[in-house]
Design a protein around this ligand. Structure first.
Ligand SMILES: Nc1ncnc2c1ncn2[C@@H]1O[C@H](COP(=O)(O)OP(=O)(O)O)[C@@H](O)[C@H]1O
Ligand SMILES: [Mg+2]
Length: 309
């Protein structure tokens, strides 16, 4: 070993240099940045359907936490729970037992959407059309109904004529049946949460194929606008590889913000809360709030790009 190297004594350990300290400092500055965020909303409504025919990839978690993140920066947001399991309704603290007026009544009996919408106890800006277990039968009941693919679209259009919301998020069941088709027909944007794990991209081409079919036959304005990487575990190389692969395939579509795997995120629904209300300064809540702001800003950017053309 050369002499010069021998002489340099190792730097004394400093807590400030440890990875944990760096992460905390980083989180602190992200929280500060969020506290200073100011976003504006105009009179348009963006309708996003959160879809992925795989279960357990974070659709519902993403729906409710983005909605709450947006509400926390002043947006008025409607969540339409289209999954018979009703997990989005639960997470937003909305009662949804079988006797509650729900999206089932809208789809099957043509009740006005306004009559089934409830306000989340979390925020006056956070609205939800709940799902009940009745919706489990709707997939079959819809088959024989008139305009079976357009029923949600019609209900939503009617609602939006008299009521303004800045965002509508539709939480889809994990299948490509008539409920999901109704969501695709009612929305303009598709948001796909992708879990940073094995087989993350499996089934994605089928999903994109369905989007193309809907575009062609039912809704020309539908497009994939947003991919959100979720349940990211930075300690594993696999998560990094999946994230890189998705970014390579969809460079324009993937949000910069990544949602980490976080216990707080998974605990929140059992308290009937989003993570934004449950622990708004936790790393998972900060990530969802950042993703919400990114979605708003990308929308503004897109509008100004379109204006320039
Ligand atoms: N970022 C995350 N960190 C930890 N757990 C998560 C995260 N996102 C989702 N989960 C958990 O993973 C499970 C599946 O998520 P969910 O949103 O219900 O998926 P989907 O709606 O696609 O079926 C739930 O138990 C949820 O609490
Ligand atoms: Mg779900």
């Amino acid at each position: 070993m050369p002499d010069s190297e021998n002489k340099t004594s190792p730097a004394p350990f400093s807590f400030d240099d440890s990875p944990i300290a760096r992460e905390l400092a980083d989180l602190t500055s992200r929280r500060k940045a969020l506290a200073d965020v100011h976003v504006e909303f105009d009179d348009t409504t963006r309708v996003l359907t959160v879809s992925n025919q795989k279960g357990g990839v974070g659709k519902t978690t993403t729906t409710v936490n983005l909605a709450a993140g947006l509400a926390s920066v002043g947006a008025r947001v409607l969540v339409i729970d289209l999954d018979p399991q009703g997990n989005a309704s639960t997470a937003l603290g909305i009662p949804h037992s079988a006797d509650v007026a729900s999206i089932y009544d809208v789809l099957i009996d043509e009740e006005p959407l306004a009559d089934v919408i409830q306000t989340s106890p979390e925020s006056p800006n956070l609205l939800c059309a709940p799902s009940t277990i009745n919706l489990a039968g709707a997939e079959i009941e819809l088959v024989s109904k008139v305009a079976r693919e357009h029923r949600l679209r019609t209900a939503l259009d009617t609602y939006l004529r008299d009521n303004h919301v800045d965002f509508v998020f539709i939480d889809c069941p994990p299948s490509l049946g008539l409920l999901t088709i109704n969501a695709f027909t009612a929305a303009t944007e598709v948001l796909i949460p992708i879990q940073c794990e094995y087989y993350a991209l499996e089934g994605l081409s089928q999903l994109l194929g369905s989007v193309t079919m809907i575009q062609k036959h039912l809704n020309t304005s539908l497009h994939l606008s947003t991919i959100l990487l979720t349940m990211y575990d930075g300690r594993t190389r696999l998560a990094q590889q999946v994230a890189d692969e998705v970014r390579t395939h969809f460079p324009e579509t993937v949000l910069t913000t990544v949602i980490p795997r976080s216990v707080r995120i998974s605990e929140a629904p059992s308290f009937g809360q989003t993570v934004i209300a449950y622990d708004g300064q936790s790393v998972g809540a900060v990530a969802y709030r950042e993703a919400a702001v990114e979605i708003v800003r990308r929308g503004h950017q897109q509008k100004s790009d379109e204006g320039a053309h």
